[in-house]
Design a binder for this molecule. Structure first.
Ligand code: SF4
Length: 573
């Protein structure tokens, strides 16, 4: 089964802007309650997450007493705005600029004596807000046949709800101009809606099946499903990946996925991961075992442990130390234990939303905890055998890692902005670069500093890139990762900067004698270069599932270890 995700799937500009505004307010609200007038978006999962962050959706203006009220992307009528103002609460306007421009057209033409025909769903909040600007001169219609019963009017202005089906609007507008030849018709359908609809039509023509992801009460999502169905393509409209359980997808060779304007990307990614998981059957049988193993290692975080082992090996070569299996195991066991315990803790906060690991962690919670504790004990025993300093370091890193999500004296390390990316990289750098050195000598060598920084950059880059993909969900749950703080663009610039610095450091370390040989320094430029490839892979234009991307990012640790191993083998031949 081939899976293709629509380029236009997910949050439109207006929804993204509204969500960003609300989340910014949530961070700086002081003690005030933040209300949204109606659910911010038509997506129950996101609304629930917002509630957990203290952002309360209101059904009626009467429910509000004090605090801050956010007007969502659909806007409100002038009358409602006045009623909110009378309540004396702070108003933050997140009306989409495109909706606001339709409101302005209506206001202007109503003032000039035009009758306003709004083509849209009468019950939709955007239409209610538009109607409010017509000063009582508005009529809402939704179908061609609604045109005939309309009374004669001198001046007619026609607008559409921004998420209407563009073909249907054109037909209705044609019918109106036939009856009222002087009618002024405005094309107010939003570009993002038109592009989304055009893409789904194109996809429906080439795919065996289409999956539309988004709230069942979201008008634009339902419309996408209807357009696809009208093309004669089997279409499934779901809210989350779980709804695919029990859906027979066996007849689908090629499946297209799109999502409504209010569907968060992690929900769509959950669907892509589900479909990718099922597409294993189509992997040639000779490779299927390998593919299944890869997926298993990724889901269980054993891949992180293997990555730490490879980085430990690369660090040993970089520092000119002998290969120590014990230190490789310490790195792998520590990383596995800390990652697993953190994920289990996150799960208990309800944090893993749509993650491809979620199912596995939920199903085998006890086994994961047992494996993590066993790993910690084994790492402690091995480090004890290596010496007291190694033992203390492993104890310190393990404790910091395990307590990362825990609340100590009312504070959590996790709440320090950017801490996830920085502490992850620091922890990995200590267990893979410092421990091999301190097991031999307590001297701080320039080789150890180079190895430490080399590992730090690789792990930091992977962590930041991973969080670039999760930026939407991280913002919603209030996790301040570096991409959330800096924005995706600046985070990428930062990664380019640190990777260039890492390359310069490796090259400069050769004449400084901090690297055992020039060829090793050059070989280790390969994983530094791979960071740039990873940036391309994470680009939205390159379509991989979240699970595949995670695997491709993690491969860099293996590339580092193998580059060092190949150098070692080459020097022995
Ligand atoms: S669909 Fe268009 S008009 Fe509606 S909220 Fe999104 S960007 Fe704004």
């Amino acid at each position: 089964m081939g899976v293709k995700l629509a380029e236009t799937a997910g949050f439109c500009m207006g929804v993204k802007r509204a969500v960003d505004i609300v989340l910014d307010i949530a961070c700086h609200k002081g003690g005030k309650t933040v209300y949204t007038y109606g659910p911010l978006i038509h997506n129950p999962q996101t609304v629930q997450l917002l509630k957990e962050r203290g952002i309360v959706p209101l059904e009626s203006i009467d429910q509000i007493e004090d605090g801050i009220i956010v007007i969502r992307a659909h806007g409100v009528s002038p009358l409602e705005r006045e009623r909110i103002r009378e309540k004396g609460v702070e108003i933050v306007d997140a009306t989409c600029p495109k909706v606001a421009s339709v409101q302005a057209i209506i206001k202007k033409h109503a003032a000039l004596g035009y009758t306003i025909i709004i083509v849209g769903d009468k019950e939709h909040p955007e239409v209610a807000s538009l109607l409010g600007y017509s000063s009582g001169r508005g009529i809402v219609i939704n179908d061609k046949k609604d045109v005939a019963p309309l009374q004669q009017h001198d001046k007619i202005c026609v607008v559409a709800q921004t998420t209407q089906d563009s073909a249907a609007y054109k037909e209705i507008a044609r019918e109106i101009t036939r009856k009222f030849p002087g009618a002024m018709v405005f094309d107010t359908i939003c570009n993002s809606t038109e592009m989304r609809q055009a893409e789904i039509k194109k996809m429906a023509a080439t795919m065996d099946g289409i999956i539309i992801v988004g709230g069942k009460d979201s008008a634009n999502t339902r419309r996408l499903a209807a357009i696809s169905q009208d093309c004669g393509t089997r279409t499934v409209h779901i809210e989350t990946a779980e709804e695919l359980n029990g859906t027979d997808l066996s007849g689908f060779k090629n499946i297209g996925v799109s999502a409504g304007a209010s569907t968060p990307n992690w929900i769509t990614e959950g669907v892509i991961d589900y479909l990718t998981h099922n597409q294993r059957e189509t992997v040639p049988w000779k490779l299927r075992g390998l593919y299944n193993l890869w997926i298993f290692l990724l889901r269980t975080d054993i891949s992180s442990a293997i990555g730490a082992g490879f980085l430990s090996l690369a660090s040993m070569f970089l520092q000119g130390l002998g290969v120590s299996v014990s230190n490789i195991l310490i790195a792998a066991l520590c990383v596995f234990a800390i990652h697993t315990i953190n994920r289990l803790q996150e799960r208990s906060f309800g944090r893993i939303q749509g993650s491809f690991r979620e199912g596995s962690y939920l199903q085998h919670r006890g086994s994961y905890m047992t494996a993590a504790i066993t790993s910690l004990v084994l790492a402690s025993v091995l480090s004890f055998l290596e010496g007291p300093v190694t033992f203390i370091l492993v104890g310190f890193i393990s404790l910091s890692g395990v307590l990362y999500n825990a609340t100590v004296w009312g504070k959590r390390l996790e709440d320090v902005p950017g801490s996830k990316n920085i502490f992850t990289a620091l922890g990995w750098a200590v267990v893979t670069a410092v421990i091999p050195q301190v097991s031999v000598s307590l001297e701080i060598t320039c080789s150890m500093v180079v190895a430490f920084l080399f590992v730090f950059v690789l792990v930091f880059s992977k962590s930041v890139l991973s969080d670039t993909i999760d930026i939407q969900s991280d913002r919603l749950i209030g996790r301040e990762t570096i991409p959330v703080i800096m924005g995706e663009g600046r985070a990428r610039i930062l990664l380019k900067g640190v990777s260039i610095l890492a390359g310069i450091m490796l090259i400069a370390a050769i004449p400084a004698g901090c690297v055992p040989s020039m060829s090793l320094g050059l070989a280790l430029l390969v994983p530094v270069f791979y960071i740039w490839i990873c940036m391309e892979l994470c680009d939205r234009k390159v379509r991989f599932s979240r699970m595949e991307l995670e695997g491709l990012l993690g491969i860099n640790y293996m590339i580092a270890g193998l580059s060092a191993c190949l150098w070692f083998i080459a020097t022995k031949i």
